[in-house]
Design a protein around this ligand. Structure first.
Ligand SMILES: *[C@@H]1O[C@H](CO)[C@@H](O)[C@H](O)[C@H]1NC(C)=O
Ligand SMILES: *[C@@H]1O[C@H](CO)[C@@H](O)[C@H](O)[C@H]1NC(C)=O
Ligand SMILES: *[C@@H]1O[C@H](CO)[C@@H](O)[C@H](O)[C@H]1NC(C)=O
Ligand SMILES: *[C@@H]1O[C@H](CO)[C@@H](O)[C@H](O)[C@H]1NC(C)=O
Ligand SMILES: *[C@@H]1O[C@H](CO)[C@@H](O)[C@H](O)[C@H]1NC(C)=O
Ligand SMILES: *[C@@H]1O[C@H](CO)[C@@H](O)[C@H](O)[C@H]1NC(C)=O
Length: 252
């Protein structure tokens, strides 16, 4: 199963634990997590001492209990509305949210209860489900070639109204115009690699790309379409000519 943003998550939870230890207090910091809709998402827990533990809970939005796990008899109670939605790993207390959807948005809290009945918040996650990025579309406006060197002007568009223009010389690409606001929700980059010009669009949870082979883009010194049109036109004229000549002979 694909579990995105997991590494970043662990990094943050480690930081959080560190802060908690240094301050010697219970931190209530909420860690933002972005998950790809339709995929599962793992909420990890670290630094729990099992010896002291009596129960473990996962709660949603502070008041709704998702599950209750009792350690001494390994009894797990997942509340009915979450039975199909979550998986709980008893060995490390991680909670997996299955088939992430908009309605799973919320604050997820891991809570322990020790042998003396004292509850403690272990970690708070704000889970934000997101759509994958729209597939980018790369269009070459012009390409000029001489002595195996190729300069390309290209525009990459993502969705209706996000576009960026690049100029690439050999493998060096420079942005020359931008018609979108770059953010963690959308980044568009054009590069030349692996003998292709590639547009890569990414957001917090996914990335997608459109690439065109340099051997096709840099085929001739004329702008692409013009050359194509000339070729097609020449072909058509030739065909008409042959047909006319043939028909003249046939009539005779
Ligand atoms: C907890 O267990 C699950 C399932 O084996 C695993 O995917 C996850 O990485 C584990 N989490 C930690 C913090 O080790
Ligand atoms: C939890 O809170 C979030 C944000 O306040 C809300 O969008 C979501 O619907 C809540 N979820 C449940 C199950 O109450
Ligand atoms: C590519 O661009 C550079 C800089 O503008 C120019 O010096 C070079 O002649 C161009 N090459 C081709 C093949 O157009
Ligand atoms: C490079 O491009 C070729 C064909 O365009 C493709 O088959 C190959 O997987 C690519 N390699 C990498 C590392 O992207
Ligand atoms: C697109 O960009 C992302 C983020 O920089 C990167 O992880 C990914 O490998 C890139 N994809 C391609 C096909 O280059
Ligand atoms: C980019 O997408 C590929 C496959 O779609 C994925 O394996 C990779 O983890 C993604 N990279 C990022 C930074 O999202």
């Amino acid at each position: 199963m694909e579990i995105p943003a997991c590494v970043c998550l662990r990094f943050f939870s480690f930081l959080w634990l560190l802060v908690g230890m240094l301050e010697g207090t219970e931190s209530e910091q909420v860690i933002d997590c972005y998950g790809l809709k339709g995929k599962s998402f793992l909420l990890d827990v670290e630094g729990v001492k099992t010896e002291e533990l009596r129960r473990f809970y996962w709660k949603l939005n502070y008041t709704q209990t998702i599950l209750e796990y009792t350690l001494h008899n390994t009894h797990l109670d997942i509340f009915p509305q979450y039975k199909e939605k979550v998986m709980f790993y008893q060995k490390n207390f991680s909670l997996q949210i299955l088939k992430l959807e908009e309605s799973n948005r919320g604050i997820y809290t891991a809570i322990t209860q020790d042998r003396h009945g004292k509850d403690k918040n272990i970690v708070f996650y704000r889970l934000i489900p997101q759509d994958s990025v729209i597939k980018p579309e790369l269009k070459v406006k012009s390409a000029s070639v001489s002595e195996e060197r190729c300069n390309i002007s290209a525009t990459c568009t993502v969705g209706q109204d996000n576009s960026v223009s690049y100029r690439c010389q050999q493998t060096q690409c420079t942005e020359v115009g931008r018609d979108y606001t770059e953010s963690d929700d959308l980044k568009i980059v054009v590069t030349v690699k692996n003998s292709s010009i590639v547009c890569n669009a990414s957001n917090r949870v996914s990335n997608d790309s459109h690439s065109l082979a340099l051997k096709d883009v840099c085929r001739n010194s004329e702008p692409h379409n013009a050359a194509g049109i000339i070729g097609v036109t020449a072909g058509t004229i030739l065909t008409i000519l042959i047909i006319s000549i043939l028909s003249i002979y046939m009539e005779i």
